[in-house]
Design a protein. Structure first.
Length: 223
């Protein structure tokens, strides 16, 4: 199956953005298909062994795949248009990951390095903070928790703070409350990460936040 870029009549690979197996760069289209591009931006995110002073044993990513797939593809298209570049792709892993495994790979091809770097960085940040993918950390002491974060669009800050000060925060608080409810008493087991996947309800809230935005923008986030 191929994706066609109508303006340049290119036939590109079609692949899942949410993947259950080990991530690889082999699935991306090669730079040789884009002779107008002279710069490649790439980011590979891996699982580290610590977070906020706690020793991490493993991670588990869960996603509402139908929404996540659609949103990642939309983000890619928006970034290509915004930066005027030829190619942006992101793949994200779901399931149980050990230390050192790849969690996300983003690739951008552009005429020059600045656009490639900027597009790649924006793609990673937008996927991380907009798409319904949840990260649960399992610690060496046997505890676990979901890592929380809530994206606020800078171009909508005034609107959120003056005309609708509670709607956004209530959505985020509800998501975080539901995640905490899943992660308060868990223990890590080598052969099984016991928590249930966040529900479609949570994904729907995330999608509504995303669809309320009409333009690509700069984001601020909690790390």
């Amino acid at each position: 199956m191929t994706e066609t870029v109508n303006s340049q009549h290119r036939h590109l690979k079609d692949f899942k953005r949410i993947q259950e197996s080990a991530l690889s760069q082999d699935g991306f289209d090669g730079i040789e298909h884009f002779p107008e591009c002279g710069g490649i931006g790439i980011f590979v995110g891996t699982v580290r062994d610590h977070h906020e002073g706690k020793a991490v044993k493993a991670l588990k990513y869960t996603a509402y795949a139908p929404v996540a797939e659609k949103m990642i593809r939309q983000i890619e298209q928006e970034i290509q248009i915004k930066h005027g570049i030829s190619y942006v792709r992101v793949i994200h892993r779901v399931g149980a990951l050990d230390i050192g495994e790849k969690a996300i790979i983003a690739m951008a091809y552009a005429p020059h390095r600045r656009e490639a770097f900027a597009a790649c960085e924006e793609a990673v940040e937008r996927v991380k903070h907009e798409v319904p993918v949840w990260k649960e950390e399992f610690y060496m002491d046997g505890s676990s928790q979901y890592v929380e974060g809530c994206c606020i669009r800078k171009d909508h800050e005034d609107e959120l703070s003056h005309t609708a000060p509670h709607q956004h925060s209530k959505q985020c608080d509800h998501i975080h409350h539901r995640l905490r409810a899943h992660s308060s008493t868990a223990t890590y087991q080598d052969d099984h990460l016991p928590h249930e996947q966040p529900t479609q309800e949570l994904a729907s809230l995330t999608q509504k936040q995303h669809e309320s935005s009409v333009d690509p923008a700069v984001y601020q986030w909690h790390l």
